[in-house]
Design a protein around this ligand. Structure first.
Ligand code: SF4
Length: 390
């Protein structure tokens, strides 16, 4: 098992309190016992451990994602200092950086720094003002939309930010798509809200139909400046057998080689899994005493790493006709108190609908020559009924 990415919790706090947030507004409350901001003793130790790990495993690249809470709360000097230290300490591998921010604290100074150090900026934007109504300031409860868009506009002057959007299926699809086109988003990812069997988020009601309509609007948009949508690009690439293009926790058969480093230095599983149960984190490894990969001994890490492999997929997923593209979905979506992760995704029906629609559309609109190379055949709801319902 190889770790190729650290999600660095620069802060455990946030200036927003989005209603769907898995850190603050779901089951797990572990953030309450962690420092607000990671300190540099911990950062230095982390960088040394990354260097040792890359050297030992002959990795020539490694990804660090600055995350939170809201990572910009740490201030510009944190990132200046971090990069300076990293350049000194990590010499065996090239470090790639990305920052996941709510955008409200973005300034010209931050963006110049991110441009200078080639730090990819990803901003969470759910859509227009109405679609963003889950996003409010923590202290006042006021809507954060105007501040998010102001931050996004500043960022576009210096870098090409990508966008992460949490889906709310009550949003009108034409408005949603036009909004992202109007603000000239070049690359975006749409994520279903975090859900488990016990905690289904009603914002995802009829998700499959919503995604199909979005796919249609996007796929048949022949304009030059349409946004790239990762979920659709990944699934198309997977249908055409281009596995290298499709990564991430959501689709495909790749391994999930990411760990969290928390503000107290703990090395842990990725925190989207915190929605499953309180105290779901492993909590026993720390960067001051452990190696980066000590956590791979843990059963929960094994499940996360191999989430899309047959020995972790449930029986229905193993027999499913779209298994190689779906990969069983995000591990979190499979959790139930009764069966743990031994379930299909809570979005199984929605995913199947979407993948069936994409596959059948590709067959209809792809040249016969290309189709011959990939061996795609039409699928139907009968396949779902036969292989999944029974
Ligand atoms: S569509 Fe459903 S059964 Fe098929 S792989 Fe995905 S989650 Fe599993």
């Amino acid at each position: 098992m190889l770790i190729k990415c650290v999600i660095l919790k620069v802060t455990s706090i946030c200036n927003l309190s989005c209603k769907y947030c898995y850190v603050y507004n779901k089951t797990d409350k572990s953030y309450l016992n962690e420092p607000d901001i990671i300190d540099f003793v911990t950062v230095k130790q982390l960088l040394q451990k990354i260097e040792q790990y890359c050297k030992k495993n002959k990795l020539n690249s490694f990804l660090i994602i600055f995350h939170g809470g809201e990572p910009l709360i740490a201030g510009k000097s944190f990132y200046e200092e971090f990069i300076k230290l990293a350049e000194k300490i990590v010499i065996s591998a090239k470090l790639y950086y990305s920052i996941q921010t709510n955008g409200t604290l973005l300034t010209e100074t931050f963006c110049k720094l991110f441009k200078k150090h080639n730090i990819h900026v990803c901003i969470s934007i759910d859509g227009n003002e109405t679609a963003s109504n889950n996003r409010i300031f923590k202290t006042t409860g006021h809507a954060a939309y105007n501040n998010i868009i102001a931050g996004y506009n500043i960022a576009t002057k210096y870098v090409t930010p990508s966008v992460l959007s949490v889906i709310n299926t009550s949003t009108d699809i034409d408005e949603y798509y036009t909004f992202f086109k109007d603000i000239s988003v070049s690359y975006m990812d749409c994520l279903p809200p975090d859900s488990t069997y016990e905690k289904f988020d009603m914002n995802a009601n009829q998700l499959g139909l919503w995604l199909i309509k979005l796919f249609d609007v996007w796929y048949f948009d022949k304009s030059k400046h349409k946004p790239r949508i990762r979920m659709f690009e990944d699934t198309i690439n997977l249908f055409f057998g281009n596995e290298n293009y499709a990564g991430g926790e959501l689709f495909g058969r790749n391994f999930n080689g990411a760990i969290d480093i928390r503000t107290n230095g703990n090395i842990d599983i990725v925190d989207t899994l915190r929605i499953c149960e309180n105290n779901f984190l492993v909590g026993k490894y720390n960067i001051m005493n452990n190696e980066l990969d000590d956590i791979i001994k843990e059963d929960i890490f094994y499940k996360f790493y191999n989430a899309h492999q047959d020995d972790v997929l449930c029986e229905k997923c193993r027999n499913c006709i779209v298994k190689d593209v779906c990969g069983g979905g995000l591990l979190t979506y499979r959790f139930s108190a009764k069966n743990s992760f031994n379930n299909p995704s809570v979005y199984c029906f929605d995913i199947f609908l979407l993948l069936m629609y994409i596959q059948n559309t590709l067959i209809e609109y792809t040249s016969p020559k290309l189709l011959q190379q990939v061996n795609l055949t039409k699928i139907s709801m009968q396949d779902y009924i036969r292989t999944i319902l029974y």
